[in-house]
Design a protein around this ligand. Structure first.
Ligand SMILES: *[C@@H]1O[C@H](CO)[C@@H](O)[C@H](O)[C@H]1NC(C)=O
Ligand SMILES: *[C@@H]1O[C@H](CO)[C@@H](O)[C@H](O)[C@H]1NC(C)=O
Ligand SMILES: *[C@@H]1O[C@H](CO)[C@@H](O)[C@H](O)[C@H]1NC(C)=O
Ligand SMILES: *[C@@H]1O[C@H](CO)[C@@H](O)[C@H](O)[C@H]1NC(C)=O
Ligand SMILES: *[C@@H]1O[C@H](CO)[C@@H](O)[C@H](O)[C@H]1NC(C)=O
Ligand SMILES: *[C@@H]1O[C@H](CO)[C@@H](O)[C@H](O)[C@H]1NC(C)=O
Length: 627
């Protein structure tokens, strides 16, 4: 039988069976040859010289495209989320600290859309001071010392340390204490020896007087070295006497033993250093290494205060409690001045969409005003002891506050960013509150906030993922973290930002030293000296409407009715990068607060709770309670 074969409706010429078998065997041979040459690694080969000369390395075969790990991928396989870390929740903010925090989208790791991936918390190096809370009976003096201890704790905390106050309890815990008790020492030496025994009891670390404050940028080499927590030699610093010591556990123990064994010096000296015999010993075997005077550490000892701040020294002599309170004010003003000198380019209050963001960034702006203000000081033109040539704050030339639309990465500019939720952003940029899914899809752009913010860094035409990564670096990078603060407009500013900056932020703005009466309320005075780059400033009517819209957006976030959830879900999906940025900023701020509260809770029970904040921490007052 013979029939016409066809392929795609076209006739195919009939081939005799012998020809077909020739064709088939040719194909078979070709297939075998192809297999042999393309899969060399799959055929086991005997060891040969070729193995050692062949430089082609066969890599394990990877699938071309990994399945998307995003939790939005409906085909993703179910996996257990990583275990929840301790104390990793605060309100609605949740986080997971891990080294791979720079992944653009946290949920691909945490498998929980609400849990942000944050960088691991660096372990804070402990810094110890010694305070005998049982020694002083005068309440006013005790109060003044408490204020000094609080200033000390706050300044070192802001520099990335874990300040710990030691008391006689730690001294008594030291096995060497019995030896100390048997000695007949003068009062001053006894206190200093107690301090060293308390430190020795804690192991390695930093010991400092609570009149010793860090006054320099976080990047300072000495502060960086101290923060790393790895010390070998027992070191002191010339010019700082008893101000600060650093050492390893073994070196501290050796020094304390040497000191206790020195019977002669015990009669003649008043401090620990005096009991160590380093003078007649060659450099190699000295107990203390003495480093040069550091730039970034201020020590307000009796000598310094008497020489440089004689007004305060006199006050201390007349009335110790009052004098120490004045000294405390002076120290805080120096910390503030140091901060201001460091950010010579001023403060940038980010405002990516200047048209309708005035109300949203108003708290950030107010905070900037407070920070730019000259601190109250008993000696306004004075400089810290470690920086005799500082620029004291002068109210006629205050720190510049700008409101640029883009993030600028400079270490001399402090950035306060306000990160809105995409819904807040949409309501404000549309300037109406009846937006719906149709509006989102048809009229709104994707990730408008982040796109604008990172425009200077990344240009246009870059997708959301690299922008989010850049943003995360700007918020939580090891250096960037100290140059910026990121808040969300939906929540009030945290009340404890003092701990972030390391000094008391002045809370009554006399508007940057000018004699205008501070007018609260919605009518923000337009800034007369504002930079044209800062964009338009809202009129009072616009500002009022912005505030209403902002309030509406905040209420929207709280109410969880079904249609609103749906709209919120849609807007978050439309703006994945903006949402990720908002969650990240929220979680980062919340975690730093939780970290501090945990530490405060731990420390409360030691040293009679000295150095604690008395009463409730002072809020921001009427400025921020207008909503
Ligand atoms: C941390 O968690 C513990 C329990 O695990 C809790 O008692 C404590 O209050 C938490 N601390 C903070 C600051 O949330
Ligand atoms: C994330 O948080 C929102 C609001 O709190 C909630 O409605 C949603 O169910 C949460 N999602 C998950 C996966 O927990
Ligand atoms: C220390 O001084 C006291 C009296 O001032 C004296 O009795 C004692 O011998 C002195 N000790 C030493 C080791 O010099
Ligand atoms: C500080 O020094 C002055 C004189 O140098 C002295 O009179 C005063 O008692 C000292 N104060 C303290 C607390 O040591
Ligand atoms: C900021 O600049 C520093 C150094 O110039 C760089 O290492 C860092 O990655 C930059 N950060 C961002 C967020 O661009
Ligand atoms: C700020 O308030 C303090 C008390 O809280 C007051 O002593 C001080 O005079 C005020 N400063 C200005 C400039 O109003």
């Amino acid at each position: 039988m013979c029939f016409q074969r066809s392929l795609f409706g076209k006739p195919v010429p009939n081939l005799p069976p012998r020809r077909i078998s020739v064709l088939l065997s040719t194909i078979a041979v070709l297939v075998v040859i192809t297999l042999v040459f393309t899969l060399p690694s799959s055929i086991p080969s005997a060891p040969s010289l070729g193995r050692f000369t062949d430089h082609r390395i066969s890599l394990p075969a990877l699938p071309k495209k990994l399945p998307s790990p995003s939790i939005l991928n409906p085909f993703r396989q179910a996996a257990h989320p990583p275990p929840v870390q301790k104390n990793s929740t605060s309100g609605e903010a949740k986080w997971f600290s891990n080294w791979n925090w720079l992944s653009p989208f946290s949920s691909s790791v945490t498998l929980d859309e609400n849990r942000s991936l944050l960088p691991p918390l660096f372990p804070r190096a402990p810094i110890y001071t010694y305070y005998d809370h049982t020694a002083v009976k005068d309440e006013a003096l005790k109060e003044a010392q408490n204020a000094l201890l609080l200033t000390w704790r706050r300044a070192w905390w802001a520099q990335g340390f874990k300040p710990i106050i030691l008391s006689p309890a730690e001294t008594m815990n030291n096995p060497l204490y019995t030896e100390l008790q048997m000695k007949d020492l003068n009062e001053q030496l006894k206190t200093d020896m107690s301090r060293w025994l308390a430190w020795e009891n804690m192991g390695s670390g930093i010991l400092c007087n609570y009149m010793t404050l860090p006054m320099g940028p976080q990047e300072d080499p000495l502060l960086t070295f101290l923060r790393n927590g790895k010390y070998v030699k027992l070191t002191r610093y010339s010019g700082l006497d008893n101000g600060i010591f650093v050492g390893s556990s073994a070196a501290i123990t050796a020094a304390v033993k040497e000191s206790l064994a020195n019977k002669q010096a015990m009669n003649t000296t008043t401090d620990f250093i005096g009991t160590i015999n380093d003078k007649e010993v060659d450099e190699e075997s000295r107990t203390f290494e003495v480093d040069s005077k550091p730039d970034s550490i201020a020590y307000y000892d009796n000598k310094t205060v008497t020489e440089k701040y004689s007004k305060i020294a006199k006050e201390i002599q007349d009335d110790p409690a009052k004098g120490l309170q004045a000294l405390n004010k002076l120290m805080i003003s120096h910390l503030h001045t140091t901060w201001q000198n460091r950010f010579s380019d001023g403060i940038a209050v980010l405002k990516p969409f200047p048209e309708h963001m005035s109300a949203a960034v108003a708290p950030a702006r107010k905070l900037a005003d407070f920070l730019a203000q000259c601190p109250e000081s008993p000696m306004p033109a004075s400089c810290p002891p470690n920086k005799p040539k500082c620029n004291p704050c002068v109210s006629s030339t205050p720190l510049v506050i700008s409101t640029p639309p883009n993030y600028i990465n400079t270490s001399t500019l402090y950035t306060i960013g306000t990160v809105p939720h995409p819904y807040t952003m949409a309501v404000l940029s549309a300037f109406r509150d009846d937006i719906d899914v149709r509006w989102i899809r048809r009229e709104s752009e994707r990730d408008p906030w982040l796109t604008k913010l990172t425009k200077l860094l990344l240009g246009t035409g870059v997708s959301g993922a690299p922008r989010v990564v850049k943003f995360k670096e700007a918020v939580a990078g090891a250096q960037e973290m100290y140059h910026s603060l990121w808040v969300t407009p939906e929540k009030d500013l945290p009340h404890d930002l003092d701990w972030n900056f390391g000094f008391t932020i002045p809370r009554n703005a006399t508007d940057r030293g000018k004699s205008e009466t501070p007018v609260p309320g919605p009518e923000r005075r337009p800034q007369p000296e504002s930079d044209p780059r800062d964009g338009p400033v809202a009129t009072p009517e616009e500002f009022k409407k912005e505030k209403d819209l902002l309030k509406r957006a905040i209420d929207f976030g709280k109410a969880r009715s079904e249609p609103e959830e749906k709209l919120r879900g849609a807007i978050e999906k439309w703006n994945l990068a903006d949402t990720e940025a908002w969650r990240f900023a929220r979680a980062f701020l919340a975690r730093s607060r939780v970290e501090r509260l945990q530490w405060a809770e731990q420390e409360k029970k030691y040293a009679g709770g000295s150095g604690a904040e008395r009463g409730k921490s002072e809020g921001w007052g009427r400025w921020f309670d207008e909503r």
